[in-house]
Design a protein around this ligand. Structure first.
Ligand code: DX5
Ligand code: ZN
Length: 236
């Protein structure tokens, strides 16, 4: 199992199961694992921080038995500190939480690391980059939201995506910068040009029946941007 984030320097695509068939999740995950992706993005929503409810630790613990992918959890929840231990025990590898819900993000990052996971901090489209200045260097990944969180299939927000440029300046080359929302073959090269290296895609992958073609289309678009993209079926 991949337990650490892929080292910097490659573009990684993290399929988000939010747009998958929730009645067939194990099969849906297998359909993208066979294409050579390393990371799977798990969107956790509490109906409080965002106006939608998805999955929690019991479902993730079951999925863990069906997949060796790096589980990248995105907690869109109001009280991450209450639940990070349960997510770690369920088998996630990365825990990303929102800067908007905490006054002591550094403490949360420490706890995530103590639990043996990598840590991510994320910010909503309206939240200034300055808000993560202190915590970002302690994290393994920064997630720049390119839609308002809560739903898949929304339109990409370029103004929000441009924050990647400032985040890259802030954290340097060794921390992954992930983008999430509206990523497809058209928008992927844009965010890569801003400095993102980890691309979440839900609708652009699980909304298409041919998962191989869907992932390859995003990879090919990034490659045209001239970046080192992991090839399907494990090459580099
Ligand atoms: C939105 C979630 C995303 C979502 C992205 O709140 O955090 O991960 O799945 O979906 P697409 O790629 O369809 O915009
Ligand atoms: Zn997400």
């Amino acid at each position: 199992m991949q337990t650490t984030l892929p080292s910097p320097g490659t573009i990684e695509i993290a399929p988000s199961i939010l747009s998958a068939d929730f009645a067939r999740l194990a099969d849906e995950i297998a359909s993208v694992a066979s294409v050579g992706v390393k990371m799977l993005h798990l969107d956790v929503m509490d109906g409080h921080f965002v106006p939608n409810i998805t999955i929690g630790p019991p479902v993730i613990a079951k999925l863990r038995k069906h997949s060796d992918l790096f589980f990248d959890s995105h907690l869109m929840i109001s009280e991450p500190d209450k639940y990070i231990e349960a997510f770690a025990q369920a088998g996630v590898n990365n825990i990303t939480f929102h800067i908007e819900v905490t006054d002591e993000p550094e403490r949360t990052v420490d706890r995530i690391h103590d639990l043996g996971c990598t840590a991510g901090i994320t910010l909503n489209p309206e939240t200034p980059v300055e808000s993560i200045r202190k915590v970002a260097p302690l994290c393994d990944m920064v997630l720049v939201m390119t839609v308002r969180p809560g739903f898949g299939g929304q339109e990409f927000m370029d103004d929000a995506a441009r924050k990647v440029i400032a985040v890259r300046e802030m954290v340097g080359p060794n921390i992954r910068i992930e983008v999430d929302g509206g990523i497809d073959p058209q928008t992927a090269p844009i965010v890569v040009s801003y400095g993102a290296d980890t691309l979440v895609a839900g609708n652009a992958i699980f909304g298409r029946s041919d998962r191989v073609a869907a992932i390859q289309a995003i990879q090919d678009a990034c490659r045209r941007e001239g970046r080192n993209v992991r090839r399907p079926h494990g090459g580099s």
